[in-house]
Design a protein around this ligand. Structure first.
Ligand code: HSE
Length: 407
C-alpha cells in the first residue's frame, strides 16, 4: 500500500510551478503540497497566500511533512536545506545539479548516516529517466561509457542558430524566456550545467565521485560565424556533448562542443531535447531521448521521484561497490579542430598528432590530437575556438592507445 505523502516545497519558480501543475493532474499518487517556502514577498503568485511561507523552519521542523522537495536556485542554501531535512528524518527530492555535483559524496554519506533517501532524477537531463536506469537496469551490465546532450538551453540555441538562422543573442533570449536557461545563463553556455550533470551521472555509471572542478568544460559561447559556415559546408551540426568513459582503472570525462555528422543519432536531437547514449559491454549502445529543460518535463521527473518515495525507493549507489580502484583522470588526448587568429600563439608542435590545416578569412583551423589539459588552458583564450572532431579519437596518455568507445 502506497503511503500518503505530505510535501514541503522550497521554491516556486519554473520547476516548482511545473511540479504543482503536474501533481494536481496526477490521480495515481497520494501526495499533497502542504507548504511552499519562497524568498520574495513582493511577487504575485497564482496560489492562495496561505500555502506560502518565508520561514524555512515551518517546513523543516513540521513533523507532518515527510518529504522535502528542494527547487531553489542557490546551491549553498539548497545544501543546508538538504542537510537539515535529512537530519530531521525527512526524505529529499531535489533538481539542483550544482548543489548535488559539488556535494555528492557528502550527500551519499548523509543518506547512509540518517537512513533517509535523496532522489534527484530531475537534476540530470530533465525528463529522461537516466539515473534510475543506471542504478537498476544497468545494475549488472558492464558500463563502458555514457555521452550525449545534457543541456537543453544550448541545444535549443544551436538548433535555432543552425536551422532558423537566428542570432545567438536572440536564441539565448528565447531560451531564457521559455524557462530553459539557468538564472545565470553563462552556466549553460559555458558548459558548467552539463558538467554538473555529468559529475552526477559518473557516480551512478561508474561509482566514482568526481568534483566538478576536476572536469574540463568548454562551452558554446565562443563559437563564431566561421565555425557555423565550416560546419554547414561539411554537413555537420554542432552539439554541446558531455561524455565519460572507462578505460582499465580510470574514468575520463569532459564537456565540449563537437561537430556531429548526420549519421550520428545525436544529430537529430533538436531544441530543448536532451539525449543520453549508454555504452555497455553486453547491451552495446542505447539512446535515451527526452525534453531536458522546462517546467513540465522537469516537474514530471520530480514527481516521479516523489512517487518512488511512496514505495520507499532509495539509490543504492550500486556501482560504488563495483568500482574497484577506479579513479578519475584528465590524462587524455582528444581529436579537435582549433580555430585561431594571428593573436594566438598556436603551432603544429602543440599537437600530439597533426592531421590538417585550413585558412579562411584571416582565421586558421588546425585538426589533430591535443592533450585535454592544453584544451582547458586554450579555452580561456578569447581568440581560440575549440570544437571536438566528429567521431573523435580519444587516447589515454599513459597508454597512448585508441579507446574503442567513441561518440
Ligand atoms: N538550464 C538547464 C538546461 C535546465 O538548459 O538544460 C535543466 O537542467
Amino acid at each position: 500500500m502506497r503511503k500518503k505523502i505530505k510535501i514541503g516545497l522550497f521554491g516556486y519558480g519554473c520547476v516548482g510551478q511545473g511540479l504543482y501543475q503536474v501533481l494536481s493532474k496526477t490521480n495515481g499518487l497520494k501526495a499533497e503540497i502542504k507548504k511552499i517556502c519562497v524568498k520574495n514577498r513582493n511577487k504575485t503568485r497564482d496560489l492562495s497566500s496561505e500555502i506560502f511561507t518565508y520561514d524555512k523552519n515551518e517546513i523543516l521542523f513540521d513533523p507532518e511533512i515527510s518529504v522535502v522537495v528542494e527547487l531553489i536556485d542557490d546551491a549553498t542554501a539548497a545544501f543546508e536545506i538538504v542537510k537539515t531535512a535529512l537530519k530531521n528524518g525527512k526524505a529529499v527530492v531535489t533538481a539542483n545539479k550544482k548543489m548535488l555535483a559539488e556535494n555528492l559524496e557528502e550527500i551519499y554519506q548523509l543518506q547512509q548516516h540518517h537512513g533517509k533517501p535523496v532522489l534527484y532524477e530531475g537534476a540530470v537531463c530533465g525528463s529522461i529517466p537516466i539515473l534510475r536506469n543506471l542504478e537498476e537496469y544497468y545494475d549488472n551490465d558492464l558500463l563502458t561509457g555514457i555521452e550525449g546532450i545534457f543541456n537543453g538551453s544550448t541545444n535549443y540555441i544551436l538548433t535555432k542558430v543552425f536551422d532558423e538562422k537566428k542570432s545567438y543573442k536572440d536564441a539565448l533570449r528565447q531560451a531564457q524566456e521559455l524557462g530553459f536557461a539557468e538564472t545565470d545563463p553563462s552556466l549553460d553556455v559555458k558548459g558548467f550545467d552539463p558538467k554538473f550533470k555529468l559529475a552526477i551521472a559518473i557516480a551512478h555509471t561508474f561509482g566514482v565521485f568526481v568534483k566538478p572542478e576536476n572536469i574540463v568544460n568548454i562551452g558554446i559561447d565562443k563559437l563564431s560565424d566561421l565555425d557555423l559556415k565550416f560546419a554547414n559546408e561539411r554537413g555537420y551540426a554542432i552539439k554541446l556533448i558531455a561524455r565519460a568513459f572507462k578505460k582499465d582503472n580510470q574514468v575520463f570525462g569532459f564537456v565540449a562542443p563537437q561537430f556531429v555528422e548526420t549519421s550520428d543519432p545525436l544529430y537529430q536531437i533538436r531544441n530543448e531535447y536532451n539525449a543520453v547514449q549508454v555504452h555497455s559491454a553486453f547491451a552495446e549502445k542505447q539512446l535515451f531521448v527526452g525534453k531536458g529543460a522546462g517546467s513540465y518535463p522537469t516537474g514530471s521527473a520530480v514527481l516521479s521521484d516523489i512517487s518512488a518515495l511512496s514505495y520507499d525507493y532509495a539509490y543504492e549507489y550500486k556501482k560504488l561497490n563495483q568500482a574497484h580502484d577506479l579513479t578519475f583522470s584528465n590524462e587524455l588526448v582528444v581529436e579537435v579542430f582549433v580555430r585561431f587568429d594571428q593573436r594566438s600563439d598556436i603551432s603544429i608542435n602543440d599537437f600530439e598528432e597533426f592531421y590538417s590545416g585550413y585558412a579562411s578569412q584571416g582565421q586558421h583551423y588546425m585538426q589533430g590530437l591535443v592533450e585535454l589539459e592544453k584544451l582547458k588552458a586554450w579555452a580561456q583564450n578569447p581568440s581560440i575556438g575549440l570544437i571536438v572532431a566528429p567521431q573523435p579519437q580519444l587516447q589515454v596518455i599513459r597508454q597512448r592507445e585508441q579507446v574503442e568507445f567513441a561518440a
